[in-house]
Design a protein around this ligand. Structure first.
Ligand SMILES: O=P(O)(O)OC[C@H]1O[C@H](OP(=O)(O)OP(=O)(O)O)[C@H](O)[C@@H]1O
Ligand SMILES: O=c1[nH]c(=O)c2nc[nH]c2[nH]1
Length: 193
């Protein structure tokens, strides 16, 4: 997605620990046309699989997931990181590691909004180690729903997450691919696949 690649080139900043700061377009500020086009791209790719639901995790997954859900005209569900008192007992639960805040993250999804009849596309902002998508897949499995595919806005190819998810046997679609990033080369980014 060329507008996304351009925005990463303009706003992306390399931080220590292999973190790419894209707060200017994904994690703090959102750009309207770039965000809208993420939804169009994901919807075009996943529509033939006939999804009934889009699943993501708060907080940075919500924007790309809702624009995708709007395009597909299906509900979007986001995993909560803290179980609210409004959530019924027996919620599906998994854990992953937070890359930007450190420590373990809990993911909770209520069985009221995800179940055996659902055909699910999971959308998130980053594919790095793949841990978060594995946790979301665990939630889909617990619910009895069917996982159709995984979509991420930015893939950090050099972290090997795609390989760790290949056993799931579903298509993985990313919109921009960070080939490498370092002081010498800067952020080397290409369109995703
Ligand atoms: O492939 P992985 O290694 O699991 O990394 C990807 C995850 O890391 C970030 O979550 P984080 O908790 O850092 O931030 P957020 O609250 O902005 O979503 C990002 O939002 C992805 O969910
Ligand atoms: O803002 C972020 N930058 C990153 O490089 C990253 N990797 C996983 N999650 C991430 N979030």
């Amino acid at each position: 997605m060329q507008s996304l690649v351009d925005a990463i080139r303009e706003h992306g900043i390399i931080l220590p620990g292999g973190i790419l700061k894209v707060d200017g377009l994904v994690n703090h500020q959102l750009l309207p046309t770039v965000t809208r086009d993420m939804g169009r791209q994901f919807a075009e790719y996943f529509r033939p699989l006939a999804p009934t639901k889009v699943l993501t995790i708060e907080v940075s997954g919500i924007a790309p997931a809702i624009v995708t859900a709007i395009e597909l005209n299906v509900p979007m569900v986001y995993a909560r990181k803290k179980r609210p008192i409004t959530m019924k007992d027996g919620a599906f639960h998994a854990q992953s590691v937070s890359r930007t805040k450190g420590g373990m993250v809990d993911l909770y999804v209520s069985g009221e909004y995800l179940g055996p009849g659902d055909r699910v596309v999971v959308i998130d902002d980053f594919l790095a180690s793949g841990g978060t998508l594995l946790a979301l897949n665990s939630i889909v499995t617990q619910s009895g729903a069917t996982l159709l595919g995984l979509g991420c806005v930015i893939e950090k190819q050099f972290e090997g997450g795609r390989e760790k998810l290949s056993h799931l046997g579903v298509p993985i679609h990313t919109l921009a691919n960070i080939v490498r990033m370092n002081e010498q080369d800067g952020v080397v980014v290409e369109a995703g696949h």
